[in-house]
Design a protein around this ligand. Structure first.
Ligand SMILES: Cc1cc2nc3c(=O)[nH]c(=O)nc-3n(C[C@H](O)[C@H](O)[C@H](O)COP(=O)(O)OP(=O)(O)OC[C@H]3O[C@@H](n4cnc5c(N)ncnc54)[C@H](O)[C@@H]3O)c2cc1C
Length: 318
């Protein structure tokens, strides 16, 4: 990013970072990923380890305590994580979109107040745009923030918010002028920390991409200080969100590459396995030689046919 909190590419640093990430994945994530995904359990220990490694500050500038990594190094980290368990990439993604909104658009005071806490992972969260009646058409949001002295009073509901339960701070898109035309001119972005009037409600269940907490956020007379209006000016929220989503799109694209690589690896292993079975099959006595069974895969001894060979015959699914 070329904005405040500059990040840069350093090949040696990238190599070391990727090695550390690979070690972390092998030791801490791979052994538990399947179980946590199926049980839909939020991975507390993995999050703590990522915090220790500085991953919640990957793309936050070093002057704010982040790692200041380039977007391409960040993409490689996400790709490796997604090969093992994609949900972990989502936990980082929403948090860093919020951080990018502040890093790119926040006032100097907002950057120095929030970015160090985001970078060390002490304050984690995400991005709250979607509402029960509004997804793609973001300009139709109904959550409203009305000015009241040195605060704004927020009312509304957000849904499908990643990190919604375990996150404590969110970049929240609201209408500060619901009558503005064009509609995006009435939209503003606030950093809202959970407290009186702002809480999560239910956790939403999913078919996959589990572990990460998707939830509803409810604002009921929540008072957010006007100092938390990103950039300090009303009407810029839509633009701020779009700039933060840029890093989110890089994350999502890198996830796709990671998943595709994992699939390719899986298919490769299946093919190698099938090849072993085929070679063993060719060495074994045929069904006509030995009715009701065939040779043991490696020893050539007679054993019951377990149907393994079906996996390598033409037309059979691998
Ligand atoms: C697992 C998960 C995590 C999420 N995390 C977050 C999060 O952290 N923060 C957040 O704010 N949101 C989050 N979301 C919400 C997500 O951003 C929305 O689902 C998305 O914006 C789409 O909105 P929708 O689901 O209401 O679909 P809709 O807006 O109803 O769209 C449904 C379909 O219609 C199409 N469509 C819509 N409008 C038009 C049109 N005018 N012309 C042609 N086609 C159209 C869309 O492309 C889509 O294919 C999450 C969702 C999921 C499932």
């Amino acid at each position: 990013m070329s904005h405040a909190g500059a990040t840069h590419f350093d090949p040696e640093r990238e190599r070391m970072m990727l090695e550390a990430v690979e070690r972390f994945l092998a030791r801490e994530v791979r052994p538990v990923a399947r179980g946590l995904e199926h049980e839909d359990v939020w991975p507390a220990e993995i999050v703590a380890k990522m915090q220790e490694m500085g991953l919640f500050g990957c793309i936050i500038g070093e002057e704010y305590g982040g790692l200041g990594l380039s977007a391409s190094t960040y993409a490689k980290i996400i790709e490796r994580i997604s090969r093992v368990w994609m949900s972990v990439a989502g936990i980082i993604n929403s948090h860093l979109i919020m951080a990018a909104c502040v890093q790119r658009n926040g006032t100097a005071e907002q950057r120095s107040r929030y970015l160090p806490r985001f970078a060390c992972g002490e304050l984690r969260g995400g991005l709250a745009l979607t509402e029960p009646d509004c997804g793609t058409d973001l300009q139709a949001i109904r959550t409203v923030a009305r000015r009241d002295g040195e605060h704004y009073v927020v009312n509304g509901t957000k849904t499908w918010i990643s990190n919604g339960i375990h996150g404590a701070a969110f970049a929240v898109l609201v209408k500060t002028d619901p009558r503005a035309e064009p509609r995006h001119r009435g939209m503003s972005l606030f950093i809202c920390e959970k407290g009186p009037g702002f809480a999560h409600s239910r956790k939403l269940e999913k078919l996959g991409y589990k572990g990460i907490d998707s939830a509803e956020l409810v604002f009921d007379g929540y008072r957010v200080p006007s100092a938390n209006l990103v950039g300090g000016v009303e009407g810029q929220g839509f633009k701020h969100v779009m700039s933060g989503l840029e890093i989110g799109r890089i994350n999502v694209a890198a996830r796709g590459v990671g998943i595709a690589r994992a699939c390719l690896g899986g298919v490769g292993r299946l093919c190698a396995d099938a090849q072993d079975i085929r070679q063993a099959d060719l060495r074994a006595p045929s069904d006509t030689d030995q009715a009701g069974g065939h040779g043991d895969a490696l020893g050539g001894r007679a054993s019951p046919d377990r149907g393994c060979r079906a996996r390598i015959r033409p037309g059979a699914a691998l």
